[in-house]
Design a protein around this ligand. Structure first.
Ligand code: AMP
Length: 471
Protein backbone atom coordinates (compact mmCIF):
# COMPACT_ATOMS: atom_id res chain seq x y z
CA UNK A 1 0.00 0.00 0.00
CA UNK A 2 1.26 3.46 -0.82
CA UNK A 3 0.83 6.48 1.33
CA UNK A 4 -2.43 8.16 0.57
CA UNK A 5 -1.04 11.41 1.87
CA UNK A 6 1.92 13.02 3.52
CA UNK A 7 1.57 14.58 6.87
CA UNK A 8 1.74 18.20 6.10
CA UNK A 9 2.00 21.45 7.89
CA UNK A 10 2.47 20.32 11.41
CA UNK A 11 3.64 21.70 14.70
CA UNK A 12 5.65 19.74 17.25
CA UNK A 13 6.34 20.36 20.92
CA UNK A 14 8.32 18.49 23.60
CA UNK A 15 9.08 19.02 27.29
CA UNK A 16 11.31 17.23 29.80
CA UNK A 17 11.54 17.73 33.56
CA UNK A 18 8.27 19.41 34.41
CA UNK A 19 5.68 17.97 36.83
CA UNK A 20 2.86 19.13 34.57
CA UNK A 21 4.43 18.06 31.28
CA UNK A 22 1.17 17.23 29.46
CA UNK A 23 -0.38 20.51 30.53
CA UNK A 24 2.63 22.39 29.16
CA UNK A 25 2.40 20.43 25.92
CA UNK A 26 -1.25 21.41 25.75
CA UNK A 27 -0.38 25.11 26.09
CA UNK A 28 2.51 24.80 23.65
CA UNK A 29 0.29 23.15 21.06
CA UNK A 30 -2.34 25.81 21.57
CA UNK A 31 0.27 28.40 20.52
CA UNK A 32 1.13 26.23 17.50
CA UNK A 33 -2.48 25.67 16.45
CA UNK A 34 -2.01 27.72 13.26
CA UNK A 35 0.40 25.01 12.00
CA UNK A 36 -2.40 22.45 11.79
CA UNK A 37 -6.04 22.36 12.79
CA UNK A 38 -7.28 18.90 11.86
CA UNK A 39 -5.96 16.62 14.56
CA UNK A 40 -3.69 16.76 17.57
CA UNK A 41 -2.16 14.49 20.17
CA UNK A 42 0.00 14.36 23.27
CA UNK A 43 2.07 11.44 24.58
CA UNK A 44 3.44 11.67 28.12
CA UNK A 45 5.69 9.47 30.24
CA UNK A 46 6.29 9.05 33.95
CA UNK A 47 9.56 7.24 33.35
CA UNK A 48 7.91 3.82 33.00
CA UNK A 49 4.77 4.00 30.90
CA UNK A 50 3.84 6.03 27.87
CA UNK A 51 0.34 7.50 27.82
CA UNK A 52 -1.14 8.88 24.62
CA UNK A 53 -4.26 10.71 23.58
CA UNK A 54 -5.07 11.98 20.11
CA UNK A 55 -8.20 13.10 18.37
CA UNK A 56 -9.58 15.09 15.48
CA UNK A 57 -10.23 18.77 16.07
CA UNK A 58 -8.74 21.77 17.79
CA UNK A 59 -6.41 21.65 20.80
CA UNK A 60 -8.80 23.49 23.13
CA UNK A 61 -11.60 21.00 22.41
CA UNK A 62 -9.47 17.84 22.58
CA UNK A 63 -7.51 18.42 25.77
CA UNK A 64 -10.07 18.85 28.52
CA UNK A 65 -9.05 18.60 32.19
CA UNK A 66 -10.26 14.99 32.21
CA UNK A 67 -8.08 14.06 29.23
CA UNK A 68 -5.01 15.83 30.63
CA UNK A 69 -5.43 13.94 33.92
CA UNK A 70 -4.95 10.73 31.96
CA UNK A 71 -1.53 11.96 30.73
CA UNK A 72 0.72 11.88 33.82
CA UNK A 73 4.48 12.26 33.98
CA UNK A 74 7.32 14.76 33.80
CA UNK A 75 7.88 14.55 30.06
CA UNK A 76 5.64 14.84 27.04
CA UNK A 77 5.58 15.36 23.30
CA UNK A 78 2.77 16.88 21.28
CA UNK A 79 1.73 17.30 17.68
CA UNK A 80 -0.81 19.31 15.78
CA UNK A 81 -1.55 18.36 12.23
CA UNK A 82 -3.18 19.56 9.07
CA UNK A 83 -4.33 16.86 6.73
CA UNK A 84 -7.02 16.25 4.22
CA UNK A 85 -10.13 14.86 5.85
CA UNK A 86 -10.87 11.20 5.38
CA UNK A 87 -11.29 7.86 7.06
CA UNK A 88 -7.62 7.52 7.80
CA UNK A 89 -7.25 10.95 9.35
CA UNK A 90 -7.39 9.78 12.97
CA UNK A 91 -5.25 6.72 12.22
CA UNK A 92 -2.60 9.09 10.94
CA UNK A 93 -2.85 11.50 13.86
CA UNK A 94 0.32 11.79 15.90
CA UNK A 95 2.18 11.05 18.14
CA UNK A 96 2.57 7.39 17.17
CA UNK A 97 3.26 5.28 20.24
CA UNK A 98 4.51 1.68 20.10
CA UNK A 99 6.19 -0.97 22.15
CA UNK A 100 9.18 -2.62 20.52
CA UNK A 101 12.41 -4.42 21.36
CA UNK A 102 13.98 -1.08 22.33
CA UNK A 103 11.17 -0.36 24.82
CA UNK A 104 8.20 1.93 24.57
CA UNK A 105 8.58 4.85 22.27
CA UNK A 106 6.41 7.64 20.84
CA UNK A 107 7.22 9.95 17.96
CA UNK A 108 5.90 13.13 16.39
CA UNK A 109 7.17 14.59 13.14
CA UNK A 110 7.06 17.86 11.22
CA UNK A 111 8.13 17.59 7.59
CA UNK A 112 7.94 15.13 4.71
CA UNK A 113 10.21 12.18 4.08
CA UNK A 114 11.01 11.99 0.38
CA UNK A 115 12.04 8.31 0.35
CA UNK A 116 9.26 6.98 2.57
CA UNK A 117 7.61 4.95 -0.19
CA UNK A 118 10.78 3.05 -0.99
CA UNK A 119 11.53 2.42 2.67
CA UNK A 120 8.01 1.28 3.31
CA UNK A 121 8.05 -1.15 0.40
CA UNK A 122 11.32 -2.63 1.69
CA UNK A 123 10.00 -2.89 5.23
CA UNK A 124 6.76 -4.53 4.07
CA UNK A 125 8.75 -7.06 2.05
CA UNK A 126 10.60 -7.87 5.25
CA UNK A 127 7.32 -8.41 7.08
CA UNK A 128 6.57 -5.08 8.74
CA UNK A 129 2.88 -4.36 9.14
CA UNK A 130 1.75 -0.77 8.88
CA UNK A 131 -1.34 0.62 10.54
CA UNK A 132 -1.46 4.05 8.99
CA UNK A 133 -0.45 5.64 5.71
CA UNK A 134 1.72 8.34 7.25
CA UNK A 135 5.45 8.21 6.58
CA UNK A 136 6.29 8.75 10.26
CA UNK A 137 5.43 5.13 10.96
CA UNK A 138 8.36 4.17 8.74
CA UNK A 139 10.73 5.71 11.28
CA UNK A 140 9.30 3.59 14.07
CA UNK A 141 9.66 0.41 12.00
CA UNK A 142 13.26 1.28 11.16
CA UNK A 143 13.94 1.76 14.87
CA UNK A 144 12.20 -1.48 15.80
CA UNK A 145 14.14 -3.48 13.17
CA UNK A 146 17.54 -2.06 13.98
CA UNK A 147 20.21 -4.42 15.34
CA UNK A 148 21.52 -1.67 17.57
CA UNK A 149 21.02 -2.42 21.25
CA UNK A 150 20.10 1.05 22.47
CA UNK A 151 17.27 3.26 21.36
CA UNK A 152 19.73 6.07 20.57
CA UNK A 153 21.75 3.71 18.41
CA UNK A 154 18.67 2.51 16.56
CA UNK A 155 17.51 6.06 16.08
CA UNK A 156 20.84 7.21 14.72
CA UNK A 157 20.64 4.39 12.20
CA UNK A 158 17.06 5.21 11.24
CA UNK A 159 17.85 8.91 10.85
CA UNK A 160 20.58 8.05 8.36
CA UNK A 161 18.13 5.97 6.30
CA UNK A 162 15.45 8.60 5.93
CA UNK A 163 15.65 11.49 3.49
CA UNK A 164 13.85 14.78 3.16
CA UNK A 165 12.53 17.08 5.82
CA UNK A 166 12.16 16.12 9.45
CA UNK A 167 12.05 17.84 12.78
CA UNK A 168 11.34 14.94 15.11
CA UNK A 169 10.50 14.59 18.78
CA UNK A 170 10.71 11.15 20.42
CA UNK A 171 9.62 10.08 23.84
CA UNK A 172 11.26 7.01 25.31
CA UNK A 173 10.25 5.79 28.74
CA UNK A 174 12.79 7.92 30.60
CA UNK A 175 14.23 10.18 27.91
CA UNK A 176 13.32 12.75 25.35
CA UNK A 177 15.17 12.72 22.05
CA UNK A 178 14.79 15.35 19.34
CA UNK A 179 16.48 15.52 15.95
CA UNK A 180 16.56 17.68 12.84
CA UNK A 181 17.38 16.64 9.26
CA UNK A 182 20.84 17.62 8.00
CA UNK A 183 19.44 20.30 5.65
CA UNK A 184 17.39 21.92 8.42
CA UNK A 185 14.25 22.29 6.30
CA UNK A 186 11.79 22.67 9.15
CA UNK A 187 12.43 24.68 12.30
CA UNK A 188 12.97 23.26 15.79
CA UNK A 189 13.74 25.63 18.65
CA UNK A 190 15.06 24.79 22.09
CA UNK A 191 14.16 26.52 25.34
CA UNK A 192 14.56 26.30 29.09
CA UNK A 193 12.24 26.85 31.96
CA UNK A 194 13.35 27.43 35.57
CA UNK A 195 11.06 25.74 38.08
CA UNK A 196 10.37 27.06 41.58
CA UNK A 197 12.38 24.19 43.11
CA UNK A 198 15.48 25.38 41.26
CA UNK A 199 15.47 22.62 38.62
CA UNK A 200 15.40 23.28 34.88
CA UNK A 201 12.86 21.92 32.42
CA UNK A 202 13.81 21.66 28.73
CA UNK A 203 11.37 22.45 25.95
CA UNK A 204 11.42 22.13 22.17
CA UNK A 205 8.95 23.56 19.68
CA UNK A 206 8.47 24.33 16.00
CA UNK A 207 8.15 28.00 16.90
CA UNK A 208 9.16 30.11 19.87
CA UNK A 209 5.64 31.52 20.32
CA UNK A 210 5.03 28.21 22.16
CA UNK A 211 7.74 29.16 24.68
CA UNK A 212 6.32 32.61 25.38
CA UNK A 213 3.04 31.19 26.63
CA UNK A 214 4.76 28.94 29.18
CA UNK A 215 7.42 31.48 30.22
CA UNK A 216 10.26 29.43 28.75
CA UNK A 217 13.43 31.11 27.53
CA UNK A 218 14.55 30.52 23.94
CA UNK A 219 18.14 29.27 23.90
CA UNK A 220 18.63 28.53 20.19
CA UNK A 221 17.93 26.12 17.36
CA UNK A 222 18.47 22.40 17.30
CA UNK A 223 21.09 22.36 14.55
CA UNK A 224 20.62 20.62 11.20
CA UNK A 225 22.02 17.08 11.63
CA UNK A 226 21.85 17.35 15.41
CA UNK A 227 20.25 15.04 17.95
CA UNK A 228 19.54 16.22 21.49
CA UNK A 229 18.90 13.72 24.26
CA UNK A 230 17.45 14.92 27.56
CA UNK A 231 17.21 12.33 30.32
CA UNK A 232 18.13 11.44 33.89
CA UNK A 233 21.82 11.94 32.98
CA UNK A 234 21.24 15.51 31.77
CA UNK A 235 21.39 17.02 28.30
CA UNK A 236 23.47 15.46 25.55
CA UNK A 237 23.89 17.14 22.15
CA UNK A 238 25.57 15.41 19.23
CA UNK A 239 25.78 15.63 15.46
CA UNK A 240 24.40 12.27 14.32
CA UNK A 241 25.45 13.24 10.79
CA UNK A 242 27.38 16.20 9.36
CA UNK A 243 25.12 19.10 8.38
CA UNK A 244 24.49 19.38 4.63
CA UNK A 245 23.83 22.41 2.51
CA UNK A 246 21.31 24.43 4.57
CA UNK A 247 17.79 24.55 3.15
CA UNK A 248 15.61 26.34 5.69
CA UNK A 249 12.06 26.76 4.39
CA UNK A 250 11.65 30.40 3.40
CA UNK A 251 7.86 29.98 3.40
CA UNK A 252 8.00 29.79 7.20
CA UNK A 253 8.97 33.46 7.10
CA UNK A 254 6.65 34.37 4.23
CA UNK A 255 3.46 32.82 5.58
CA UNK A 256 3.56 29.82 7.80
CA UNK A 257 5.05 30.89 11.13
CA UNK A 258 3.53 33.41 13.47
CA UNK A 259 5.08 36.90 13.35
CA UNK A 260 5.75 36.74 17.10
CA UNK A 261 8.03 33.71 16.65
CA UNK A 262 11.75 33.43 16.14
CA UNK A 263 12.28 30.89 13.38
CA UNK A 264 15.72 29.75 12.18
CA UNK A 265 17.11 32.27 14.64
CA UNK A 266 15.36 35.23 12.99
CA UNK A 267 12.27 37.20 14.09
CA UNK A 268 9.48 36.45 11.61
CA UNK A 269 7.99 39.92 12.11
CA UNK A 270 11.22 41.51 10.93
CA UNK A 271 11.17 39.42 7.74
CA UNK A 272 7.51 40.08 7.02
CA UNK A 273 7.70 43.86 7.33
CA UNK A 274 10.86 43.86 5.29
CA UNK A 275 9.09 41.82 2.58
CA UNK A 276 6.46 44.56 2.38
CA UNK A 277 9.01 47.38 2.39
CA UNK A 278 11.06 45.85 -0.41
CA UNK A 279 7.91 45.08 -2.38
CA UNK A 280 6.89 48.75 -2.16
CA UNK A 281 10.31 49.81 -3.41
CA UNK A 282 10.39 47.27 -6.24
CA UNK A 283 6.78 47.73 -7.36
CA UNK A 284 5.28 50.97 -6.12
CA UNK A 285 1.64 51.84 -6.76
CA UNK A 286 -0.18 55.14 -6.91
CA UNK A 287 -2.96 54.62 -4.42
CA UNK A 288 -4.90 56.09 -1.50
CA UNK A 289 -4.77 53.19 0.95
CA UNK A 290 -2.87 49.96 1.62
CA UNK A 291 -5.20 47.12 2.66
CA UNK A 292 -3.94 43.76 3.89
CA UNK A 293 -5.66 40.47 3.26
CA UNK A 294 -6.01 39.46 6.90
CA UNK A 295 -4.28 37.85 8.65
CA UNK A 296 -1.61 36.61 6.28
CA UNK A 297 -0.94 39.95 4.57
CA UNK A 298 -0.95 42.24 7.61
CA UNK A 299 2.76 42.51 8.43
CA UNK A 300 3.80 42.87 4.78
CA UNK A 301 1.10 45.52 4.25
CA UNK A 302 2.47 47.48 7.23
CA UNK A 303 5.91 47.35 5.61
CA UNK A 304 4.46 48.40 2.24
CA UNK A 305 2.62 51.29 3.86
CA UNK A 306 5.64 52.56 5.77
CA UNK A 307 7.91 52.42 2.71
CA UNK A 308 5.37 54.04 0.37
CA UNK A 309 3.80 56.57 2.75
CA UNK A 310 0.37 55.32 1.73
CA UNK A 311 -1.87 54.93 4.79
CA UNK A 312 -2.54 51.40 6.09
CA UNK A 313 -6.25 50.63 6.53
CA UNK A 314 -8.08 47.54 7.70
CA UNK A 315 -10.39 47.51 4.68
CA UNK A 316 -11.20 43.82 5.04
CA UNK A 317 -12.40 42.30 8.29
CA UNK A 318 -11.86 38.64 8.98
CA UNK A 319 -14.32 36.45 10.83
CA UNK A 320 -12.19 34.14 12.95
CA UNK A 321 -14.97 31.71 13.74
CA UNK A 322 -15.52 30.11 10.34
CA UNK A 323 -16.46 26.48 10.86
CA UNK A 324 -16.13 23.64 8.46
CA UNK A 325 -19.21 23.63 6.28
CA UNK A 326 -21.94 26.10 5.59
CA UNK A 327 -24.89 25.34 3.41
CA UNK A 328 -25.46 28.15 0.98
CA UNK A 329 -29.06 29.34 0.89
CA UNK A 330 -30.73 28.46 -2.39
CA UNK A 331 -31.20 32.17 -3.07
CA UNK A 332 -27.57 32.65 -4.10
CA UNK A 333 -25.66 35.20 -2.00
CA UNK A 334 -22.96 37.11 -3.83
CA UNK A 335 -19.40 36.28 -2.63
CA UNK A 336 -20.90 33.72 -0.24
CA UNK A 337 -17.81 31.55 0.28
CA UNK A 338 -15.25 34.27 0.72
CA UNK A 339 -17.56 36.53 2.72
CA UNK A 340 -17.92 33.88 5.42
CA UNK A 341 -14.32 34.72 6.16
CA UNK A 342 -13.79 38.27 4.89
CA UNK A 343 -16.06 41.28 4.68
CA UNK A 344 -15.12 44.64 3.12
CA UNK A 345 -15.39 47.92 5.00
CA UNK A 346 -17.24 50.00 2.44
CA UNK A 347 -16.58 53.28 4.29
CA UNK A 348 -12.84 52.78 3.80
CA UNK A 349 -12.87 51.39 0.27
CA UNK A 350 -15.52 53.45 -1.52
CA UNK A 351 -13.98 55.71 -4.16
CA UNK A 352 -10.44 54.68 -3.23
CA UNK A 353 -7.44 53.45 -5.18
CA UNK A 354 -6.46 50.41 -3.16
CA UNK A 355 -3.22 48.43 -2.82
CA UNK A 356 -4.21 44.92 -1.70
CA UNK A 357 -1.35 43.05 -0.05
CA UNK A 358 -1.25 39.30 0.56
CA UNK A 359 1.57 36.90 1.31
CA UNK A 360 1.08 34.54 -1.62
CA UNK A 361 -1.05 33.47 -4.56
CA UNK A 362 -1.33 29.71 -4.96
CA UNK A 363 -4.27 28.82 -7.17
CA UNK A 364 -5.36 32.43 -7.41
CA UNK A 365 -8.96 31.61 -6.54
CA UNK A 366 -9.06 33.50 -3.23
CA UNK A 367 -7.60 36.71 -4.62
CA UNK A 368 -9.96 36.70 -7.58
CA UNK A 369 -12.92 36.72 -5.19
CA UNK A 370 -11.37 39.34 -2.92
CA UNK A 371 -10.63 41.73 -5.77
CA UNK A 372 -14.22 41.44 -6.97
CA UNK A 373 -15.50 42.04 -3.45
CA UNK A 374 -13.28 45.11 -2.98
CA UNK A 375 -14.46 46.56 -6.29
CA UNK A 376 -18.09 45.92 -5.36
CA UNK A 377 -17.42 47.86 -2.15
CA UNK A 378 -16.58 50.89 -4.29
CA UNK A 379 -12.82 50.73 -4.87
CA UNK A 380 -11.98 52.51 -8.12
CA UNK A 381 -8.61 50.82 -8.65
CA UNK A 382 -7.18 47.62 -7.17
CA UNK A 383 -3.42 47.05 -7.23
CA UNK A 384 -2.44 43.60 -5.97
CA UNK A 385 0.98 43.15 -4.39
CA UNK A 386 2.26 39.73 -3.31
CA UNK A 387 5.07 39.58 -0.77
CA UNK A 388 6.89 36.61 -2.34
CA UNK A 389 7.83 35.51 -5.87
CA UNK A 390 5.40 33.51 -8.06
CA UNK A 391 4.84 30.00 -6.64
CA UNK A 392 5.77 27.73 -9.55
CA UNK A 393 6.66 24.36 -8.00
CA UNK A 394 5.17 22.10 -5.36
CA UNK A 395 6.90 21.56 -2.04
CA UNK A 396 8.00 18.05 -1.04
CA UNK A 397 9.37 19.11 2.32
CA UNK A 398 6.27 19.74 4.40
CA UNK A 399 4.34 22.69 3.00
CA UNK A 400 1.06 21.82 1.40
CA UNK A 401 1.10 23.15 -2.15
CA UNK A 402 -1.04 21.68 -4.92
CA UNK A 403 0.37 20.03 -8.04
CA UNK A 404 1.98 22.13 -10.72
CA UNK A 405 -1.07 22.19 -12.97
CA UNK A 406 -3.04 23.90 -10.19
CA UNK A 407 -0.37 26.50 -9.41
CA UNK A 408 -1.51 29.53 -11.34
CA UNK A 409 1.97 31.01 -11.72
CA UNK A 410 3.31 27.77 -13.18
CA UNK A 411 0.83 28.01 -16.03
CA UNK A 412 0.10 31.67 -16.67
CA UNK A 413 2.10 34.83 -17.21
CA UNK A 414 1.93 37.65 -14.66
CA UNK A 415 -0.36 39.58 -16.99
CA UNK A 416 -2.64 36.58 -17.45
CA UNK A 417 -2.81 36.18 -13.68
CA UNK A 418 -3.58 39.88 -13.29
CA UNK A 419 -6.43 39.46 -15.72
CA UNK A 420 -7.63 36.28 -14.00
CA UNK A 421 -7.84 37.97 -10.60
CA UNK A 422 -9.29 41.15 -12.11
CA UNK A 423 -6.66 43.56 -10.76
CA UNK A 424 -5.53 46.82 -12.38
CA UNK A 425 -1.91 45.93 -11.66
CA UNK A 426 -0.21 42.90 -10.13
CA UNK A 427 3.34 42.54 -8.86
CA UNK A 428 5.23 39.93 -6.88
CA UNK A 429 8.35 40.42 -4.79
CA UNK A 430 11.51 39.34 -6.62
CA UNK A 431 13.56 36.35 -5.51
CA UNK A 432 16.38 38.73 -4.70
CA UNK A 433 13.99 40.83 -2.61
CA UNK A 434 12.90 37.74 -0.71
CA UNK A 435 16.53 36.79 -0.03
CA UNK A 436 17.23 40.25 1.30
CA UNK A 437 14.09 40.31 3.44
CA UNK A 438 15.16 37.17 5.31
CA UNK A 439 18.80 38.35 5.39
CA UNK A 440 19.94 35.21 3.58
CA UNK A 441 23.52 36.25 2.93
CA UNK A 442 24.86 32.72 3.43
CA UNK A 443 22.39 30.86 1.14
CA UNK A 444 20.76 29.06 4.03
CA UNK A 445 17.21 28.96 2.70
CA UNK A 446 15.23 26.68 0.38
CA UNK A 447 13.40 28.53 -2.42
CA UNK A 448 12.29 25.45 -4.37
CA UNK A 449 8.63 26.55 -4.57
CA UNK A 450 9.78 29.70 -6.40
CA UNK A 451 12.58 28.24 -8.50
CA UNK A 452 11.76 24.54 -9.06
CA UNK A 453 15.30 23.76 -8.01
CA UNK A 454 15.15 21.23 -5.18
CA UNK A 455 17.99 20.96 -2.68
CA UNK A 456 17.75 17.16 -2.40
CA UNK A 457 17.57 14.43 -4.97
CA UNK A 458 13.96 13.41 -5.47
CA UNK A 459 13.83 9.79 -6.53
CA UNK A 460 10.18 9.20 -7.33
CA UNK A 461 8.85 12.58 -8.28
CA UNK A 462 5.85 11.02 -10.05
CA UNK A 463 4.92 9.09 -6.96
CA UNK A 464 5.51 12.10 -4.73
CA UNK A 465 3.20 14.13 -6.97
CA UNK A 466 0.50 11.46 -6.87
CA UNK A 467 0.43 11.44 -3.13
CA UNK A 468 -0.16 15.17 -2.74
CA UNK A 469 -3.23 16.00 -0.72
CA UNK A 470 -5.78 18.46 -1.96
CA UNK A 471 -5.88 21.63 -0.01
P1 AMP B 1 -5.22 30.49 -3.44
O1 AMP B 1 -6.68 30.76 -3.54
O2 AMP B 1 -4.92 29.03 -3.66
O3 AMP B 1 -4.39 31.40 -4.31
O4 AMP B 1 -4.83 30.76 -1.93
C1 AMP B 1 -3.95 31.74 -1.53
C2 AMP B 1 -4.12 32.00 -0.05
O5 AMP B 1 -3.83 30.82 0.68
C3 AMP B 1 -3.18 33.07 0.45
O6 AMP B 1 -3.96 34.05 1.12
C4 AMP B 1 -2.25 32.40 1.43
O7 AMP B 1 -2.15 33.14 2.62
C5 AMP B 1 -2.88 31.06 1.72
N1 AMP B 1 -1.89 29.97 1.63
C6 AMP B 1 -0.79 29.92 0.87
N2 AMP B 1 -0.14 28.74 1.04
C7 AMP B 1 -0.84 28.05 1.95
C8 AMP B 1 -0.66 26.77 2.56
N3 AMP B 1 0.37 25.99 2.24
N4 AMP B 1 -1.59 26.37 3.44
C9 AMP B 1 -2.64 27.15 3.75
N5 AMP B 1 -2.85 28.37 3.21
C10 AMP B 1 -1.96 28.82 2.33
Amino acid sequence: MLFDKFHEECGVFAVYGHPEAANLAHLGLHALQHRGQESAGIASSDGKEIYCHKAMGHIADIFTAGVLNQLPGHMAIGHTRYSTAGDTALLNAQPFAVSCGKGKVAVAHNGNLTNAQELRRDLEEQGSIFQASSDTEVILHLVARSNQRTLEGALREALLDIQGAFSLVFLAEDRLIVARDPHGFRPLAMGQLKLTDGTTAYVFASETCAFDLIDARYVGEVQPGEMVIVGPAGVWREMYTPAKERAQCVFEHVYFSRPDSIVFGRAVQESREQLGRLLARESPAEADIVVPVPDSGVSAALGFSSASDIPFRHGLIRNHYVGRTFIEPSQAIRHFGVRLKLNPVRQLLDGKRVVLVDDSLVRGTTMRKIVRMVRDAGAVEVHVRISCPPTVSPCFYGVDTPTKDELIAANETIDEIREHIGADTLAYLSLEGLRRAVADTDHHYCYACYTGSYPTQLVNVEELMMSRPNR
